[in-house]
Design a protein around this ligand. Structure first.
Ligand SMILES: *[C@@H]1O[C@H](CO)[C@@H](O)[C@H](O)[C@H]1NC(C)=O
Ligand SMILES: *[C@@H]1O[C@H](CO)[C@@H](O)[C@H](O)[C@H]1NC(C)=O
Ligand SMILES: *[C@@H]1O[C@H](CO)[C@@H](O)[C@H](O)[C@H]1NC(C)=O
Ligand SMILES: *[C@@H]1O[C@H](CO)[C@@H](O)[C@H](O)[C@H]1NC(C)=O
Ligand SMILES: *[C@@H]1O[C@H](CO)[C@@H](O)[C@H](O)[C@H]1NC(C)=O
Ligand SMILES: *[C@@H]1O[C@H](CO)[C@@H](O)[C@H](O)[C@H]1NC(C)=O
Ligand SMILES: *[C@@H]1O[C@H](CO)[C@@H](O)[C@H](O)[C@H]1NC(C)=O
Ligand SMILES: *[C@@H]1O[C@H](CO)[C@@H](O)[C@H](O)[C@H]1NC(C)=O
Ligand SMILES: *[C@@H]1O[C@H](CO)[C@@H](O)[C@H](O)[C@H]1NC(C)=O
Ligand SMILES: *[C@@H]1O[C@H](CO)[C@@H](O)[C@H](O)[C@H]1NC(C)=O
Length: 870
């Protein structure tokens, strides 16, 4: 009877599954789940972390239980000066660490720089510029008293061009993104600040990423979206730049708001324990995105090391409650969280601290995120401790000149019928577009730049920063014309003033039209775009503006200040549009850098780090704009696999308007003499063997709970502390005003501290060290065949040969400066990883037997030289 019932149930279940898979609206990834992976790998101090690890263990061994918990938990939203802050360990001379965004500038600061956007400087394809930007922004954070810089961003990668935060990332190509993020991290950390690669993982859209935001926008969902990604795509695409970030030594990684395979990123043991700490051998600490944490002990067991900003919900109002803090102390004392795991969290945090030299270059925090006033409350949430909170320290150190140069060298010349460069001695120059002018509401209009006002130099959300000044294009062009003391200039910056526009444009020798398209983080909507863009067209009536000007002016130059690709269909092939420049989001020196390009002081040399297609559909996938799973978590199935951006266009054989890697110069270049040298290297060996047992650095007695009680000191309201409120544990976490903790599920093996098998593809930060063996060196001769000096970005692509491989994948590049007539050798290496595919069965990289072809070219579709790999 029982058996019968059981088989009836099984039958019903399999019928339900069959029905589900018959449902043609859902692909195979719909409802994917993440396999459990435990225990959480402990730091081993390898790959350059040996000394930091030793010192971290030394200090953590001296810490008490509550001191360690203090390190792992944010003190609560708006309780201290920074966007996030953890408790300190005063007894050992350790100050509370300050966490602040972003890699584009110190957010909510003053007298700091606003740097070239990452998505813009991605177009420079220049390792030195990336490093210098990282070093400069790291220095500004250090001088403001920041310990952890919450950036750079490499997730989103840029799966869909409308993704709201794509402007914060270098490129949707994993190799370009990986090389750029590694240089940026080295720069930030050489400046003495801990970098934090984010948002781990597959955080490809803003809409529906978290419940409170979705509610704010009128949707009723019970969980944030799930990004469902297959294993090979994960390794070959989304995880790829994180491997570079970890290999470059990033001290921190931030997990994201979204779910991956229906498990929240900050509680997902597969992505944190296995992929990040196992496969990638990450030695630093993982911290949660603000409010991306949905559990206590289980997230710690899944590999999270720090809860930020500490509160359970800060969007929904903070009340001093935390999944961590007191709950973590209780969890160790009641035997739920093994001591070694807490020791590991603290050791990872302290190892990152020593790794970048925080102990020797500490600066006390001298600004306050919550007010620009000199005087204010030190603890804003509680309205306590009034005094000087802002010292207004100018941390710019002359970075403006570098930003000007970086933004100019990132500009991409898309079209030029001989119109550029200008001489500055044109009879009458007419400038058009709201995007040319000083923001009427000031450069710092709207919190987190959440509106469109004047020229667009930075997107909105936590990647933005406040300007100390902003040079608009109109100011710079006017200075240029006036400085030359010849010629006239006028401007119409109202995009709907058609009669005035037409009158001026018809008289102009040259018309320069500035247009834009904006996007940002999902905390804010601008013109009903909830972070992500609703479309790929220009904002503020841009197409009609260009149309109006070009109808009467046969020398119309278009400058695009956009967050990513826009549809240029309506004007790109208009013969009256004589030049087009994509200038991205240039930061504070916007006008000066575009003037340097327009007037030929700098020859444009940037190349598109993304594809400009003719239609949004051409990109082969789209965001999920509306809940698609009832009230349950929206399902975002990454069915396109590795075929995003140019790989999608190549696969579907769709002609883009401007392909990935495309960009013109004021001069021309010839390519010749491709050579491939093979480098003998030893055979790839999977990492094997066992780890040591998890070190336990101290023995917390469970019988002296009195030691963990709230000490004799004032309690700051809403502040999150590690202490017990009662020696009765249950009462402590259930202190009347806090409520019962959810009793947390202990997954199998999660508390196991015995030696564990090593991961075959792991073994060192970034993965198996042999993945970085150089297998080939590819060289070619590049000649400047034109009349002007210029810089050429030479690109190395590979076809991996398999039936499911993209036509080509970018693997390396270099930017060469060449005088007219000069030739230089382009030389780039190919590593084992560059030539490998992820084998999902053996969970390791393999070089397949398929014949592989190497291409050297000027873009993803100008593959000028090619040869098969010997
Ligand atoms: C997600 O599910 C897919 C399909 O089952 C699987 O290939 C992949 O490894 C899973 N990834 C994660 C992170 O759980
Ligand atoms: C925890 O951090 C807070 C804030 O820095 C500090 O006041 C407190 O003394 C710390 N507790 C311990 C046990 O070190
Ligand atoms: C949201 O959905 C849940 C579950 O279906 C339902 O109980 C709740 O009433 C809904 N809330 C609103 C505001 O519509
Ligand atoms: C695209 O979005 C922008 C910004 O919201 C808006 O100005 C524009 O009108 C939209 N374009 C179309 C075709 O709807
Ligand atoms: C180009 O500009 C000229 C004026 O110089 C105008 O007569 C012509 O119609 C324009 N062409 C287009 C395609 O707009
Ligand atoms: C634009 O029009 C003017 C006069 O109408 C003419 O002199 C000039 O050659 C034209 N320029 C181009 C690039 O066609
Ligand atoms: C926990 O809190 C609830 C509600 O405040 C209360 O009913 C219960 O008795 C408390 N439990 C303990 C062990 O204090
Ligand atoms: C402990 O966590 C639970 C949620 O699991 C929460 O309700 C409770 O308020 C937390 N306790 C403290 C002291 O923050
Ligand atoms: C131990 O404490 C943690 C944190 O408060 C709680 O989530 C867990 O359910 C508790 N476990 C037991 C066995 O009491
Ligand atoms: C050959 O490979 C080894 C190991 O990666 C490397 O140290 C060496 O520099 C390479 N030689 C060349 C010429 O690339």
């Amino acid at each position: 009877m029982k058996l019968l019932q059981a088989s009836a149930l099984l039958l019903a279940a399999s019928l339900a599954r069959a029905q589900e898979s018959d449902d043609t609206t859902h692909g195979p990834l719909w409802g994917s789940t993440s396999p459990p992976k435990y225990p959480s790998p402990w730091i081993e101090g390898t790959g350059g972390w040996e000394e930091s690890y030793r010192r971290a263990q030394e200090i953590v061994s001296q810490m008490t239980l509550v001191e360690k918990v203090n390190l792992t938990t944010g003190t609560g939203w708006q309780t201290e000066a920074c966007i996030g802050q953890i408790g300190g360990v005063p007894r050992l001379g350790l100050d509370s660490l300050c966490l602040q965004v972003s890699s584009g500038g110190v957010i909510l600061g003053d007298r700091n720089s606003v740097f070239t956007g990452a998505g813009t400087i991605g177009a420079a394809w220049d390792r030195d510029l990336w490093y210098e930007r990282g070093f400069a922004v790291g220095t500004e954070h250090r001088l403001k008293g920041v310990d952890v810089l919450l950036g750079p961003v490499i997730s989103p990668l840029g799966r869909s061009p409308a993704g709201g935060r794509n402007w914060e990332v270098f490129s949707p190509d994993p190799s370009l993104s990986g090389i750029a993020v590694a240089e940026t991290i080295r720069g930030i950390q050489d400046a003495g600040v801990i970098a934090c690669a984010k948002h781990y993982l597959a955080n490809e859209q803003e809409r529906l990423r978290q419940v409170p935001e979705a509610e704010q926008f009128g949707y009723n969902i019970t969980a944030g979206l799930s990004a469902n990604v297959d294993d090979a795509t994960m390794h070959e695409l989304y995880l790829w730049p994180f491997a570079d970030a970890v290999r470059a030594g990033t001290g921190a990684v931030m997990c994201s708001h979204n779910q991956i395979n229906n498990s929240y990123s900050c509680g997902n043991s597969y992505t944190m324990n296995y992929l990040l700490k196992g496969v990638l051998g990450f030695q630093g600490f993982v911290l949660s995105d603000w409010s991306a944490l949905h559990s206590g002990v289980s997230s710690a067991l899944a590999g999270l090391d720090m809860a930020m900003p500490g509160d359970i919900g800060f969007l929904t109002g903070t009340d001093g409650r935390s999944y961590w803090g007191t709950n973590m102390t209780v969890a160790v004392l009641n035997g739920t969280l093994p001591e070694w795991r807490l020791d590991d969290m603290a050791t990872r945090i302290m190892a990152a601290y020593y790794q970048v030299g925080r102990d020797t270059n500490h600066v006390a925090t001298n600004f306050n995120s919550w007010t620009k006033n000199t005087y204010g409350y030190k603890h804003v949430a509680a309205g306590m401790d009034y005094g000087v909170v802002n010292q207004h320290v100018d941390v710019r150190e002359g970075h403006g000149d570098k930003i000007r140069e970086a933004s100019a060298r990132s500009s991409v010349l898309l079209k030029n019928n001989g119109a550029l460069p200008l001489t500055g001695r044109e009879g009458f120059t007419a400038v058009f577009g709201s995007d040319a002018e000083d923001p009427p509401l000031g450069p710092n209009a709207c919190p987190f730049r959440g509106c469109l006002s004047g020229t667009l130099a930075v997107g909105w959300g936590s990647g933005s920063a406040d300007f100390s000044y902003l040079v608009s294009p109109l100011t710079a062009i006017q200075n240029e014309i006036l400085g030359n003391k010849v010629g006239a200039i006028s401007a119409v910056t109202h995009n709907w003033a058609y009669p005035e526009i037409t009158v001026e444009a018809a008289q102009a020798d040259v018309a320069i039209v500035f247009v834009n398209a904006n996007s940002g983080e999902g905390i804010l909507a601008v013109d009903d775009n909830w972070g992500d863009r609703n479309n790929l067209t220009l904002w503020d009536n841009g197409d009609a503006l260009i149309e109006t000007v070009s109808a009467v002016c046969n020398n119309t130059i278009v400058v695009l200040h956009t967050v990513g690709p826009v549809l240029v269909n309506s004007f790109y092939d208009n013969p009256n549009v004589t030049a087009i420049i994509w200038a991205g989001l240039p930061g504070e020196q916007s006008g000066n850098s575009i003037a340097d390009i327009l007037y030929g002081r700098i020859t444009p040399g940037g190349k598109l780090p993304f594809t400009v297609g003719a239609a949004k559909e051409d990109y082969g996938n789209d965001l999920v704009y509306e809940p698609n799973n009832g009230n349950a978590a929206p399902q975002v199935d990454f069915e396109e696999g590795v075929f995003i951006d140019y790989r999608a266009f190549d696969k579907a054989d769709i002609e883009p308007i401007y392909e990935f890697g495309f960009g013109l110069s004021y001069t021309t270049f010839d390519y010749s003499n491709l050579q491939i040298q093979k480098n003998e290297s030893s055979e790839y060996v999977a990492t094997s063997g066992m780890t040591e047992a998890a070190p336990v650095l101290s023995n917390h007695r469970t019988d002296n709970r009195a030691d963990y009680m709230f000490p004799d000191m004032p309690r700051i309201p809403l502040y999150i502390y590690p202490y017990l409120t009662s020696t009765d544990l249950e009462e402590s976490y259930n202190a009347s005003d806090y409520g019962m903790p959810s009793s947390e599920w202990l997954p199998e093996g999660a508390t196991e501290g015995s030696p564990q098998p090593r991961v075959p593809a792991g073994g060192a930060p970034g993965g198996n060290p042999q993945l970085w063996d150089i297998l080939y060196t590819v060289t070619a001769t590049i000649t400047n065949s034109g009349e002007l000096p210029g810089e050429e970005i030479v690109q190395l692509y590979v076809n991996l040969g398999g039936p499911n491989d993209p036509k080509v994948v970018l693997r390396n590049f270099d930017r060469l400066a060449l005088e007219p007539g000069e030739s230089k050798e382009f030389s780039a290496t190919l590593t084992r990883r560059d030539l490998s595919n992820w084998d999902t069965t053996i969970q390791n990289w393999v070089i397949t037997d398929y014949p592989k072809t190497v291409f050297v070219g000027a873009s993803s579709r100008k593959l000028l030289l090619q040869d098969t790999l010997p």
